[in-house]
Design a protein around this ligand. Structure first.
Ligand code: 7PM
Length: 278
């Protein structure tokens, strides 16, 4: 499978890593705007050196319990960084947003992919993604970030998440977004209990049947912490890498993560197993 990202063709026969770059105040808290953008740029360049194929840039915190930010604030956080990264021709940039205004501005600044945890459900997002004509990752989420972890409930989490992604893919297609540009993501941790997340991981291979690339984000998430005797975020590296390996063995093509170098190395081992052909 291949994904056309601007003028670059991403070969997904080997799993690829998407490095996370959050431009939210909690991730780059000290100093003025200039220091912030420099620190963010350095982090992006480091992730590229370590083997990230895509850098996912977000200016809106989506962590459980978080509150929404305004359009201008989000633009201020992400656009200068995208412009600098793209001008140095350093990276393929994905814009992590649900707001059509931010999608449009980011693509104008050089982003080549849209990552939307709301799966283009905000007013105007579907139309903006169509006009941008670049790949879009649509993610499943039950509820909204503010409250989604309060009472996640499913009759059958795998069937329901699959059905949602298929329905949204159809809506996107009807709106004029080519199916080969639609990447799907079950949304680990987004309105899901540990048991729900584990069911999704166990049955992840079922999500590849539609022939669309599968992206997953497991890095540092609470499910990893829960499985490691409530390890804090800083102690979830090995668990996150293990989860990434499981995900690619189950058919995931793109791994969204924070710790690029260890993840890239681990995925090379997993990919090598498929490579020998005997
Ligand atoms: C707290 C909880 C902080 C979760 C940050 C997060 C995904 C995503 C995020 C994902 C796609 C994080 C997440 N997770 N986009 N954005 N898939 N497509 O780990 O799993 O950054 S936010």
């Amino acid at each position: 499978m291949q994904l056309q990202l601007g003028s670059h063709t991403l070969d997904l026969s080997q799993p690829k890593v998407m490095g996370v770059l959050n431009r939210t105040p909690d991730s780059f808290s000290d100093g003025g705007a200039y220091t912030n953008i420099d620190a963010a740029l350095r982090q992006a360049l480091r992730m590229i050196e370590e083997g990230a194929a895509i850098i996912d840039i977000g200016g809106e915190s989506t962590r459980p319990g978080s509150i929404a930010v305004g359009v201008q604030q989000e633009l201020d956080r992400v656009i200068p960084l995208i412009e600098r990264l793209v001008s140095e021709q350093a990276a393929l940039v994905s814009i992590d947003t649900s707001k059509p205004e931010v999608m449009g501005a980011a693509v104008k600044a050089g982003a080549v992919m849209i990552n939307d945890i709301h799966a283009l459900r905000l007013p105007g997002a579907l139309e903006m993604a169509r006009v941008c004509a670049i790949p879009v990752c649509i993610m499943h989420m039950q509820g909204e970030p503010r409250s989604m972890q309060q009472h996640p409930y499913y009759e059958n989490v795998v069937a329901e998440v699959k059905q949602f992604l298929e329905e949204r893919s159809q809506v996107c297609e009807s709106a004029g977004i080519a199916r080969k540009r639609i990447v799907i993501d079950p949304g680990f941790g987004f309105g899901k209990t540990l048991a729900h997340n584990l069911s999704l991981l166990r049955h992840l291979d079922e999500f590849t049947s539609a022939g669309q690339p599968l992206l997953v984000g497991l890095s540092r998430k609470s499910m990893i912490g829960a499985l490691l005797d409530d390890a804090p975020v800083g102690k979830r590296l090995q668990g996150s890498v293990a989860a990434a390996v499981i995900a690619v063995l189950q058919g995931a093509s793109i791994i969204r993560c924070h710790d690029v170098q260890p993840t890239v190395e681990a995925l090379k081992i997993a990919a090598a197993m498929h490579g020998i052909g005997c």
